[in-house]
Design a protein around this ligand. Structure first.
Ligand code: ATP
Ligand code: MG
Length: 567
């Protein structure tokens, strides 16, 4: 009794969307933080009740597919049923008490979502990790977190076995697999033998919910703790613009905070359907085919994915090949998106890309919310949950137009959706605060209209002959040249200027065999034309690929270290 794509589409057409401009969003934002709150009981189970009495669209709550055309659709009721069983496994067989920690390493399979909800039911603190962790990473995370239980699959199990003897807190190892394995309990078997009724524990809003790991773009990933209040930050709905009719596909890996916010809390708070494609590897043609085969209304991915997308094909070819019948709203976050990439996407699809800026520590800090005017190159305005300012290194607010630290005001009241601490690292936690502000570690500018412009991570800003140069602006200029597929700009040592701008450039296929000396000249001239001439890259190096984090973010720090002979 599922809706077909065209039925969903017909249903959606008559829907009013949420908000039309920034002022109405700010006016609307009025979060209520109850003393006690449990997302599973107060959100998920409420939607299940609405489903029962026909007050929710008949879209699934979770819609999972893989590249072998297997498919699972679960309603809120079904998610409730399975996750209550899993909760009984956690609190019964695994003897996890409230606040105990559980390490979860699974790819994008439905069990990942069930564990998320089960942990909310039992008050277990969830630590999600990406499947690309090494045994050393796993050891470090198990030891620093003191996790009592790990749930993972067969690809990771041997790595856990290598290090488990060094992790005295680890009591239960649970495997998600069709097969059994010595020393592990099988999740499917366990769930077959427990009851499906479970009463949610009474969690306070300020109880710990999750410990995320940051992406590790600048150094070792940091363990970042959030309380349950963080998932109440409803600013998502102004950005994702979801209703219970929408089908949201967010592509992030399950190991990152973005997956929790955009593939669990934000869509389900709105009653929307979470769509998941279990792609073993990111593949742009699979993405495009999926967008044209399923009734996905809302698509959120990393800028790197939009860059990889075949939007460099002529718009005409692209439109002939792919028809996104249901797609209405596209979003990106995690890295700055180049205006040129937005332009190409719009030419090919007719849709704009709405950018969000956030951190593991903060959830969404600023965004171009649906209904707002898009200023390409700016990620938009402050989320209504935060007072975002540009401040100097002492925490003093700078005038509009001046570059400084992107910061969030934390006094007199600390915003409820900010992280509580870097687990086990009070010194690092303390270092984030300056005066009345939390410093994001990013540099930016606020313009006269309150739009924020990203300059670069504080460490990535280049100081050359007295000028401060943000890599993002130079990269934006470079990518407008048709020879450039992507680039990373860093400072490189120079005897006279201290440092100079150096661009590492990945060429588009058509330009790979071109004369390199001529290309270097062309690119320099091009950048001089597009930005202030002093920003042009005095050095250019062509590379096959750029160093990136597992989540696809460019690691400029690695290139910089190479330039300065530090690795
Ligand atoms: P680590 O803190 O471990 O070095 P990370 O900062 O990349 O890694 P995340 O918390 O996943 O870890 O990413 C947050 C950072 O990503 C932001 O501080 C910012 O530098 C960058 N970022 C996110 N969204 C945007 C955006 N729209 N524009 C520019 N930068 C962005
Ligand atoms: Mg960071």
């Amino acid at each position: 009794s599922r809706l077909t794509a065209s039925q969903i589409q017909r249903h959606k057409a008559s829907l009013p969307k949420n908000f039309s401009d920034y002022e109405s969003i700010k006016h609307d934002f009025n979060p209520q933080i109850p003393e006690y709150f449990n997302f599973a009981r107060d959100v998920m189970d409420k939607w299940a009740e609405k489903e029962k009495v026909g007050q929710r669209a008949a879209t699934p709550a979770l819609w999972w597919v893989n590249d072998r055309k297997q498919e699972i659709q679960w309603s809120f009721e079904e998610l409730g049923f399975h996750s209550r069983k899993l909760a009984n496994v956690l609190s019964g067989l695994c003897q996890l008490n409230m606040r105990d920690r559980l390490f979860l390493i699974l790819p994008r399979i439905p069990e990942w979502w069930l564990v998320n909800i089960a942990c909310l039911r039992t008050g277990t603190v969830l630590l999600p990790g990406t499947s690309q962790l090494t045994a050393r990473d796993i050891l470090h995370r198990l030891q620093t977190s003191g996790a009592k239980c790990i749930i993972t699959d067969e690809s990771i199990a041997p790595l856990v076995e290598d290090v488990a003897s060094q992790c005295p807190s680890l009591q239960s190892k649970i495997l998600v697999s069709n097969r059994n394995r010595d020393g592990w309990r099988n999740l499917g078997d366990l769930m077959n033998n427990v009851a499906s009724d479970h009463e949610c524990v009474e969690t306070r809003s300020d109880d710990p919910m999750t410990i995320f790991f940051t992406s590790g773009t600048t150094g070792l990933p940091k363990m970042t703790q959030h309380n349950l209040t963080s998932c109440l930050v409803s600013t998502w709905r102004y950005w994702l613009d979801l209703t219970d009719q929408d089908v949201l596909w967010n592509t992030s890996d399950t190991g990152w905070a973005k997956s929790a916010w955009s593939s669990v809390y934000a869509p389900w708070i709105q009653g929307a359907c979470v769509f998941i494609h279990h792609m073993p590897r990111f593949d742009s043609s699979t993405v495009l085919t999926t967008l044209s085969s399923y009734p996905i209304s809302t698509f959120c991915t990393a800028p790197t994915a939009y860059r990889m997308g075949r939007v460099t094909e002529t718009s005409f070819l692209f439109c002939v090949r792919y028809k996104f019948k249901s797609l209405q709203h596209c979003l990106c976050a995690g890295e700055p998106i180049n205006p040129e990439v937005m332009k190409k996407w719009r030419e090919a699809t007719g849709l704009d890309i709405y950018e969000g800026y956030g951190q593991t520590e903060t959830v969404l800090v600023a965004a171009t919310f649906k209904g707002m005017k898009i200023k390409p190159g700016s990620f938009g305005k402050a989320s209504p949950a935060y007072d975002v300012q540009v401040v100097d290194d002492d925490g003093a607010v700078l005038p509009r137009g001046e570059e400084g630290n992107l910061a969030i005001r934390v006094k007199p009241l600390k915003p409820f959706s900010l992280f509580t601490e870097y687990t086990g690292d009070p010194v690092k936690t303390e270092e984030c605060y300056r005066g009345d502000f939390y410093l994001t570690g990013d540099r930016g500018v606020m313009d006269e209209d309150g739009y924020l412009w990203f300059v670069g991570r504080a460490d990535d800003v280049i100081l050359s002959a007295g000028y401060r140069i943000g890599p993002f602006e130079v990269e934006n200029a470079l990518i407008e040249h048709e020879a450039v597929a992507e680039s990373a700009v860093v400072g490189s040592p120079d005897p006279i200027r201290g440092e100079v701008v150096k661009a590492f450039v990945v060429l588009t296929p058509e330009y790979r065999s071109h004369d390199k000396e001529q290309l270097v000249k062309d690119l320099k001239t091009h950048v001089k034309k597009m930005t202030s001439p002093y920003k042009y890259p005095r050095k250019v190096e062509f590379v096959e690929q750029l160093p990136k984090t597992i989540s696809g973010k460019i690691r400029r720090v690695e290139l910089r270290k190479r330039e300065w002979g530090q690795i």
